[in-house]
Design a protein around this ligand. Structure first.
Ligand code: NDP
Length: 278
């Protein structure tokens, strides 16, 4: 039998990228899924992808919502309970390195950008966790947060607020895990490195520029030793592993890094042969 049959999963940010892939894998593995995002067209693409892959319409609850709004969060919880009657897994995946058009860099970036960035990448996770907690207590469920290697320990001056939000999210994962395990709820996270999704498009790069970005990183060993950007499915598989109590029950409050080796290298030492061949 598929391993998530009878379970219900809310995946925020499933109108694109990693969330879309996770929604597909959960649904193909038997779960009922609530898919969501602000962009109705892209959300419909996710829904159609699921249906074309053989998922039944009965398994899908599609909600256009902004996860930073209290009403949007309430809608996610309410419609999920109305349609499926329970919540077993919350995947806090929605996130972005929001940019503004001011051209400001580093510490000159605005406080408005700071608030927006932390609201999406951190506060919305805290709020969704509070709202879903009573339902996960009933099912002894799981939370999987999507963090980023951008959370540290390396500096990220260009995306200073995004990196701060993800660093704080890592501490929230650890602390919430210890608080919630007393109720039988497990919390863990995944920290992706570079993954080819809509992420850089959401920062304002067009398709060609996004492709150039991923291609250039892939040929630089000091950026991605594995020699390629990850696929959404590389991360989605880890999300499912952490949501599957049979496979990962003894993992509590951890973050699994999946980055093609990026965090293990310094430009200084990544390719000694190349550096010394001049
Ligand atoms: P995508 O841009 O492809 O997907 C982001 C998703 O988040 C979209 O579905 C988007 O939906 C949703 N989202 C953004 N803002 C909001 C909002 N205010 N309300 C509701 N939904 C929102 O990027 P990824 O799939 O790459 O990102 C998924 C997660 O992975 C994020 O948390 C990101 O920080 C993390 N990550 C990604 C990396 C990468 O290289 N791709 C690296 C490290 C971490 P919509 O636009 O429809 O609202």
């Amino acid at each position: 039998m598929p391993r998530f049959t009878g379970k219900t999963v809310i995946i925020t940010g499933s109108s694109n990228g990693i969330g879309r892939s996770a929604a597909l894998l959960f649904a193909l593995d038997g779960a009922n899924v609530t898919i969501t995002g602000r962009n109705s067209e892209r959300l419909e693409e996710t829904k159609q992808l699921l249906l074309k892959s053989g998922v039944s319409e009965k398994q899908v609850n599609s909600v256009v919502a902004d996860v930073t709004s209290s009403d949007g969060q309430d809608q996610l919880v309410k419609t999920t309970l109305d349609k499926f009657g329970r919540i077993d897994v919350l995947v806090n995946n929605a996130g972005a390195a929001i940019t503004d058009n001011s051209g400001a860099t580093g510490t000159d970036q605005s406080l408005d950008l700071y608030h927006k960035t932390l609201h999406l990448n951190l506060q919305a996770v805290v709020e969704m966790t509070k709202k879903v907690k009573p339902h996960l207590m009933k099912t002894k469920g799981e939370i999987v947060n999507i963090s980023s290697i951008g959370g540290g320990p390396h500096a990220q001056p260009d995306f200073i607020y995004y990196a701060m939000a993800k660093a704080a999210l890592d501490q929230y994962t650890r602390s919430a895990a210890i608080d919630l395990i007393q109720h039988g709820i497990r919390v863990n996270s995944v920290s992706p490195g570079i993954v080819s999704t809509g992420f850089v498009g959401a920062m304002g790069l067009d398709n060609q520029a996004s492709q150039n970005f991923y291609d250039s990183l892939s040929v630089r060993k000091h950026c991605i030793p594995a020699g390629m950007a990850g696929n959404p499915e590389d991360i989605a598989n880890i999300i499912l592993f952490l949501a599957d109590r049979k496979l990962s029950s003894y993992i509590i409050g951890q973050s699994i890094v999946a980055d093609g080796g990026s965090t293990l290298v310094l430009g200084l030492q990544a390719d000694m042969k190349e550096l010394s061949s001049q």
